[in-house]
Design a protein around this ligand. Structure first.
Ligand code: SER
Length: 616
């Protein structure tokens, strides 16, 4: 089966089971500060798992583009990726465990579906703890389907609990399905999740809880199902590969890397690992850049994730000894693989290629500068005797990293290499000491600091639907409408980010706003708040929404049925704002209080950003 056949077959199966197929959402979440990038198919559905009504109904299925950086250290093995596609089916307060598990099994093993060998499958269920009991129900459903008890592991939260995607939000116990990717004649009788040949391919999550900011769990209004099947792993399983990179979704990238680098995949573990990281990271980078939102590499938020992916790829290329630029050549192969499924890649090809080339160039400069600094320190030592004891230490390595962005592992390599040349090879304990005691400690401190900073930055959010974030969400709609009134209809929304403390709103406009224009926009928003316009939600077909002049955000793909929020009177045409949006929003504008624009600035060519607060 090809990847496209698996996508189609999955969607057809769930359509037959009464599900509506919805499009993949953007990789860059809209109005949701709890995660930087879309990590799972459930993510864009959080408001609906929390109880909002979805316009397409209670049974949904799709194939979602995902980026997951939590496993980035595992990338380089055969099964972990930063970009992957997740096939998912959802019940929003509709069916629950029995149907979810039985359908998963039917799709995996059914003759007309994936037809996987039952003897190569195993499952796990939640063993229970003080937050929730043992999932006996799932255990029994599997048993009744004929799965041997030896193949049903009972595991703790660490393994069998999913979510929330951010700090807070929907979550619950899950049951996972594993496929034996090892030799067909060596399938063990029992299941042991420590054995890497058992590869998790599907996860059915029973989302019954909401994790609150204080760490406690509350029962959700409705019992949901959220499942996610990994396309890359399933494709490998169906084609008899024990390495996802051998499948059609990766192999052309590996081939290109082999050609550009003049090395062979599989020649050594080191080469293989580096090639996998390059393929994985550049694929992820191309997909992020190709997303409709035009995100660019930067030092904050999702832009920083993008920057790190590209730089890690370049760094790995560097270690394989490549001199010329390579990232955009590999991205071209990525585009070829995915352009039919994700046409936005074709559309944004130039942007993807240019951004990669620029970032690669910049990073190479960083590497060169770092090496020059390194040289300076080295040359400042005058005698051979000095050089013998040449020791620039973890503190210096960390400074090189912090000031020049020069990667620590490169510093260590450089250090070892220079001492080798002088004939004073450092003892491995010395290197170990450098790494663990000094550099590593510093890096950890650094990471902890930045994590605390970003936790502060992203706390709250629409996913937890707090009152303040809902107000900000409605304020964002007013902002777009006001900007279009003051600056003209050329203004389009380019992105937004909401926390319970502020609104950040990006829009297209070619020049800096004058202070007068800023004041006009602010006054207009406050005028509408004072008028206490109603905020009304209606469901309709996408075509009708467009005909009524509803604004859509970016070229986002919507389902056939959409929710439209009108601020003003929806029936007379006398409204201030009308947008296709999932909600939630306040009921009337006066609930917002008062709005103030704190700052207007550029964030890219032709893109401006407004920062605003309410009730200052
Ligand atoms: N949210 C779950 C996961 O990501 C199932 O879709 O594994």
């Amino acid at each position: 089966m090809t990847s496209e056949e698996i996508r189609q077959s999955f969607l057809e199966f769930f359509e037959k089971k009464g599900h509506k197929i919805i499009p993949s959402s953007s990789l860059i979440p809209e109005n949701d500060p709890t995660v930087l990038l879309t990590t799972a198919g459930m993510h864009p559905l959080v408001p609906y798992l929390m109880g909002e009504k979805h316009p397409a109904g209670q049974r949904l299925a799709n194939c979602q583009k995902c980026i997951r950086t939590s496993d980035i250290d595992k990338v380089g093995d055969t099964t972990h990726h930063t970009f992957f596609e997740m096939l998912g089916n959802w019940s929003l307060g509709n069916y629950f465990k029995k149907e979810a598990i039985e359908w998963s099994w039917e799709f995996l093993t059914g003759k007309e579906w994936l037809n996987l060998d039952k003897n190569r499958l195993a499952v796990s269920v939640f063993v229970g703890d003080s937050d929730a009991p043992f999932d006996e129900e799932s255990f029994n459903i599997w048993k009744n389907l004929g799965v041997s008890e030896k193949r049903i592991a009972k595991l703790p939260k660490k393994n069998n609990w999913w979510g929330p995607a951010g700090e807070t939000g929907p979550c619950g116990p899950d049951t996972e399905m594993f496929y034996w990717a090892g030799d067909a004649d060596k399938v063990p009788e029992g299941f042991n999740d420590d054995n890497v040949s058992w590869v998790e391919i599907w996860n059915d999550v029973f989302m019954q809880f909401n994790k609150k900011a204080d760490g406690t769990f509350e029962t959700l209004k409705q019992q949901n199902v959220d499942t996610g099947m990994g396309l890359e792993r399933t494709l490998a399983a169906l084609n008899g590969f024990d390495d996802n990179y051998r499948t059609e979704l990766f192999w052309p990238l590996i081939k290109k890397i082999e050609e550009l680098f003049g090395k062979k995949y599989g020649d050594s573990l080191e080469i293989t690992r580096a090639m996998r990281i390059i393929a994985d990271h550049l694929k992820a980078a191309a997909l992020i850049l190709g997303d409709e939102k035009g995100l660019m590499p930067s030092n904050v938020g999702a832009g920083y994730v993008l920057r790190r992916l590209i730089r890690r790829a370049v760094r790995n290329g560097f270690s394989l000894g490549i001199k010329e630029t390579f990232t955009s050549k590999i991205a071209e192969e990525v585009i070829k693989i995915y352009q039919e499924v994700y046409p936005e890649l074709k559309k944004n090809k130039e942007f993807i290629i240019n951004q990669l080339a620029q970032e690669e160039k910049k990073f190479k400069k960083t590497l060169e500068n770092g090496l020059k600094e390194f040289d300076k320190i080295f040359r400042s030592l005058s005698s051979d005797e000095d050089k013998k004891f040449f020791y620039i230490g973890g503190k210096d390595f960390f400074n090189l990293y912090q000031t020049y962005g020069f990667p620590v592992e490169l510093s260590i390599e450089e250090y070892v290499c220079r001492r080798n040349k002088l004939g004073y090879t450092p003892a491995s304990e010395e290197i170990q000491k450098l790494w663990t005691e000094e550099v590593h400690k510093k890096m950890l401190e650094h990471q902890k600091l930045s994590r605390t900073a970003s936790a502060g930055m992203f706390k709250g959010g629409l996913a937890d639907a707090s009152e303040r974030t809902i107000k900000y969400h409605t304020a964002a709609h007013l902002t777009l409408a006001a900007l279009r009134k003051v600056l003209g209809e050329g203004v389009l929304q380019k992105g937004s980010n909401i926390t319970s403390e502020r609104l950040r709103f990006d829009f297209s406009y070619p020049e800096k706003m004058t202070s007068e224009q800023i004041k006009q926009v602010e006054d207009l928003i406050n005028e509408k708040i004072k008028e206490d316009l109603p905020v009304i939600c209606e469901e309709m077909n996408l075509e009708d929404a467009k005909n009524q002049g509803a604004m859509g955000v970016f070229d986002q793909k919507y389902g056939e049925r959409v929710k439209v929020y009108t601020i003003g009177n929806p029936s007379t045409g006398d409204f201030f704002s009308k947008e296709i949006c999932g909600g939630p929003h306040v009921n009337c504008a006066s609930e917002i209080g008062k709005f103030k624009i704190l700052k207007e600035e550029a964030v890219g060519t032709g893109v401006r950003r407004i920062r605003g607060i309410i009730n200052f």
